[in-house]
Ligand binder design. Sequence first.
Ligand SMILES: Nc1ncnc2c1ncn2[C@@H]1O[C@H](COP(=O)(O)OP(=O)(O)OP(=O)(O)O)[C@@H](O)[C@H]1O
Ligand SMILES: [Mg+2]
Length: 515
Amino acid sequence: MTSPTLTLRGITRSFPGVVANDHVDLDVHAGEVHAVVGENGAGKSTLVKILYGFYRADAGEIRLDGAPVTIGAPEDARALGIGMVFQDLVQVPALTVAENIALFLPDLPAVLGRAALARRIATTSEQYGLAIDPRAPVWRLSVGERQKVEIVKLLLARARVLVFDEPTRSLAPHEVAGLLDVLATLKRDGRAVVFIAHKLSEVLAVADRITVMRRGRVVGSLSRAEATESALVALMFDDTTTGERTRRPPPPGSEAPLPGAAPALELRGVSVRAEAHGCGLADVDLTVAPGELVGVAGVSGNGQRELGDVILGLVAAAAGRKWLWGDDATRWSVARVRASGVVFVPDDALGLAAVPQLSAVENAVLGDRRRYARAGGLAVDWAAARADLTRAFARLGFPVPSLDAPVGTLSGGTVQRAVLARELTHGPRLIVALDPARGLDARSTAATCRALLAAREAGAAVLLISEDLDELCALADRLVVLFGGRIVGAGRPADFAVETIGHLMTGSLPVAARG
Ligand SMILES: Nc1ncnc2c1ncn2[C@@H]1O[C@H](COP(=O)(O)OP(=O)(O)OP(=O)(O)O)[C@@H](O)[C@H]1O
Ligand SMILES: [Mg+2]
């Protein structure tokens, strides 16, 4: 075997109260995709941030082609040919693809004219199957296309080591396959690729070697031939149980809502105007009964966010009406909607539901001022908030994180868990969940599914909006398919062939039923 391009030895980094990386060793060879997996908070992002010069290691050594290097800042990493594709893509929306790339390559514009740069972008993107138009303004691109721009940027900067931290997290299902192909092409081209992901199917599809981290340590490193899903899960969690996540059949007689009982949620003819990045909603009819879990299938960007927003009252319906438990709630404020028992679990917890500078306890109090008010509302009952949150984590089967650290310093999945714990804890009557398991490890995903089913069993109405068809089919009593802001199909999961749902999701079938 050749000697590794990149060698990490004894990488150690502590944060207050946690050893995020504990003597981590990692070898990445040219022509190899090396996956790093592990539960939420295991230390994966910390490791690659050290490699890219975002964090300094307390101890340990990084070697490139066998020679020790010092990486004190991202510029150092880039100069050494190490590139990183971030979760939050750093691009200027108003500029074109070519202009964004030129910004990243400061030595380029002097040497190359616009036309030459466009040519190089075109050649490189063609070579790697990254179809992008250099002249397109970035704001018009989907997340998947913007990710391609990032990769082309790194290739033009001659990166030899490419690091991807959960690149598939924000991609639509049909874009995931494309990205995995790109990783395979990069490796054939002799680059060294580090790939962090939670979905083991993605990892097994593309990785040559898989390193498993748990609580800051490397607990195993398997070649692709040795790796199976169960072997990886056993290493990740200490045991192989990720738990039941399929719904049990409901008790007899509980299937249909009581005649005459008002639905928890009813939308009739609801339309929402399209904003710059969405498609709006057109004439949506939807009901969710108490004790019912309705799944909304669709590729993101087809009205999912608007649907959540209009239910919560964040945006006003341009047409149509909304009822909550029989009351006309079309013009209710967000506060009133929430006070009636509606909770919202967004897919981007940090962006939408948590203040990064505040701790998990402070965020919980912020979300529910009245509950924790003492002495006429002036003081806050911190002890109660802390106890509630600890209980909520335990009930969901999530490990309790540091409740005092700013949530911006928690791992991605841990923030999502904190929002779930906060939202699901006080007996919600209607749960609107937008890809609630995005970024969660396998065990937390299963725990989240169980929590949604338990809420439904306890009589709550649940609207689960997700791109994960398997998850939807396993959990939902009823399914609707959203495409282009319209409901293009509806029925019980058993009545749909999975391919039919797929076709409806991508608009390749004519409008079928409405629900
Ligand atoms: N800047 C920071 N300040 C304090 N603690 C931090 C900081 N960055 C990370 N940590 C802590 O280090 C640990 C590892 O976090 P990291 O983000 O590396 O996990 P991860 O494996 O990427 O998890 P996930 O799958 O949820 O993204 C966590 O306990 C996290 O709270
Ligand atoms: Mg991470």
